[in-house]
Design a protein around this ligand. Structure first.
Ligand SMILES: [Zn+2]
Ligand SMILES: [Zn+2]
Length: 544
């Protein structure tokens, strides 16, 4: 689409140049000079079509109409998003003059102000504590989902089931759910015919599953579900996204002075409440869900927050980075099959235990001898099970472990290498070896879009503060996140919301039975979500 528009411009230019040479009148000579000057010195980049996210609506005449319409305003405000994000850029939309950066400032200031209202914080804490008391494991977040739906209904927000118990809620900024003429979203109907392909959208995501951990805190709202605990703080993530929904609604209902009508048209914020982050690849299942596929969702950007209870990110801070922020992770299982028999006559058997032990040591060379010192890979064999009694050599040994890497290419290579080494050791020891990554989903590395990360920091400075230590550049880490599936689809950013707080004992790592979430971070987290979405949309842009 970009190429086609450029070609049209060039043709127009040539026609005008030719016409000017056919007349010798002074007026036409002057006209020629003006056209020549305009065509050759007007910066070509300002004609570049920026109106639709990459890959959207190719060869779709209906979409093309929409694209060109939006391109008209995009051409004028291109600079806002691409070149000089901190500068005040005046844009003209539909003949009216407004300042997108001023709108951005007004939106962020309002969100910050609303987030500081005491009722707002109390409500977030109420929601978070209810969820903390009732943790549910992946793909069983039913009570959690019904709680979220009730809270959304209170706010008048429509939603759909997507990869049940996942929920896709949507807030159209112009309040018009039906302006594409292709149907209407329902409230929990589970049947949507709405197509979202022409919308300018931002996606905000919270995960909602708990872990099979028995809580060891003394909190009065500790888990009531035996053996289950929100030890990764996803209860807080849900509360923050519900809070963002409330803040967005407040801004929209506050009238035109905060967010003018022209900055709302055709725009939508999606709120994804995602199940099964802890190993179930709920993000992938949501992307593959009929709901999301039928709606043809193409957000310009996606945003997620994870509480981060480590000393480098104290409560009150925000951290992110462009590029890889979290590793890719694969959980593998290796089955070694030998031939069992009496333990006293090993030469008559094929020893699966010795073969398994050699696999444990040989796969260590993947990191120590085959990976560049400048790259990062982890291979850990976490379990090794074989045999039942001391005088019987078993037929089989089973090993499980985890494989992690920061770079997508290295990750794929390490998976292949693990299989190759294990099979080679099996061959050398006369055992059959099977390596499987199928027992749990493989998560690719989470790679943040560099411009999305910069924009997240710009928003965070308005919410967390501009002082040193508030908005941080962080280093990548080896845990993994299925938000990576969204990041593979849209320009996305995963962020840390600092939650380390010595004063209240919020010092235990994620997944610890003693983990405590600092609830004072919730209001800023909600504001960061809302600020990212409305801030992006206020800038009248469709991409960074
Ligand atoms: Zn976790
Ligand atoms: Zn988590």
């Amino acid at each position: 689409m970009t190429t086609r528009i450029r070609t049209t411009t060039t043709r127009t230019r040539n026609r005008k140049r030719k016409a000017s040479f056919t007349s010798l009148s002074l007026f036409n000579a002057f006209f020629f000079f003006f056209v020549f000057f305009f065509c050759f010195f007007f910066p070509k980049s300002s004609w570049k079509a920026e109106a639709v996210p990459d890959g959207e609506g190719e060869n779709d005449p209906e979409n093309e109409k929409n694209t060109i319409k939006r391109m008209t305003s995009s051409k004028k405000n291109n600079k806002t998003s691409n070149e000089n994000e901190e500068n005040d850029v005046t844009v003209v939309v539909d003949g009216r003059t407004s300042s997108s950066s001023l709108t951005f400032d007004a939106v962020l200031a309002s969100i910050k102000r609303f987030s500081l209202e005491s009722d707002f914080e109390l409500d977030l804490i109420r929601q978070r504590r209810f969820l903390h008391e009732t943790p549910e494991l992946m793909w069983n977040e039913r009570e959690t989902a019904s709680f979220i739906k009730k809270e959304l209904e209170k706010l008048g927000i429509v939603y759909e089931d997507a990869a049940e118990p996942g929920i896709l809620a949507r807030i159209p900024l112009d309040g018009d759910d039906d302006d594409d003429g292709e149907g209407e979203g329902g409230s929990g109907s589970g049947e949507s015919t709405t197509t979202e392909k022409n919308k300018i959208a931002v996606l905000l995501r919270a995960d909602m599953d708990a872990l099979p951990v028995t809580e060891e805190t003394n909190l009065e709202f500790k888990s009531k579900n035996e053996g289950k605990m929100h030890a990764c703080g996803h209860d807080g993530h849900v509360a923050m996204l519900l809070g963002a929904a409330k803040l967005i609604k407040k801004v929209l209902e506050s009238g035109e002075e905060i967010l003018p009508d022209e900055a709302r048209r055709g725009k939508v914020v999606y709120l994804l409440f995602q199940p099964a982050e802890e190993g179930g690849a709920g993000a992938k299942k949501m992307l593959e869900s009929k709901t999301m596929r039928d709606m043809k969702i193409r957000p310009s950007t996606a945003f997620a927050l994870h509480n981060w209870p480590y000393a480098e990110t104290p409560s009150g801070s925000f951290g992110t980075r462009g590029g890889t922020i979290m590793a890719g992770a694969g959980t593998f299982e290796i089955t070694v099959t030998g031939r069992g028999g009496h333990a006293a006559v090993p030469h008559k058997n094929v020893d699966a235990v010795v073969c398994g032990a050699k696999i444990v040591t040989d796969v260590q060379t993947i990191v120590s001898r085959k990976t560049s010192a400048l790259d990062s890979v982890v291979v850990t064999i976490s379990t090794f099970h074989a045999g039942t009694v001391s005088n019987v050599m078993p037929d089989e040994a089973k090993l499980t472990g985890t494989l992690r890497s920061l770079q997508p290419e290295t990750f794929r290579w390490a998976m292949d290498e693990l299989s190759r080494v294990a099979n080679a050791v099996g061959l050398a020891n006369g055992c059959e070896v099977e390596v499987s990554f199928a027992s749990r989903e493989v998560y690719p590395p989470t790679v943040n879009d560099a411009k999305a990360a910069e924009f997240a920091k710009r928003v965070a400075r308005e919410i967390f503060g501009k002082e040193e230590g508030k908005v941080l550049d962080v280093a990548p880490v080896m845990p993994a996140e299925d938000f990576s599936f969204f990041a593979n689809e849209y320009p996305s950013v995963m962020n840390w919301i600092g939650s380390y707080n010595l004063d209240i004992g919020a010092v235990h790592p994620l997944h610890s039975a003693k983990f405590i979430l600092d609830e004072s971070i919730l209001k800023n987290g909600a504001a960061a979500h809302a600020g990212y979405a409305l801030g992006f949309l206020a800038l009248n842009s469709t991409k960074f």
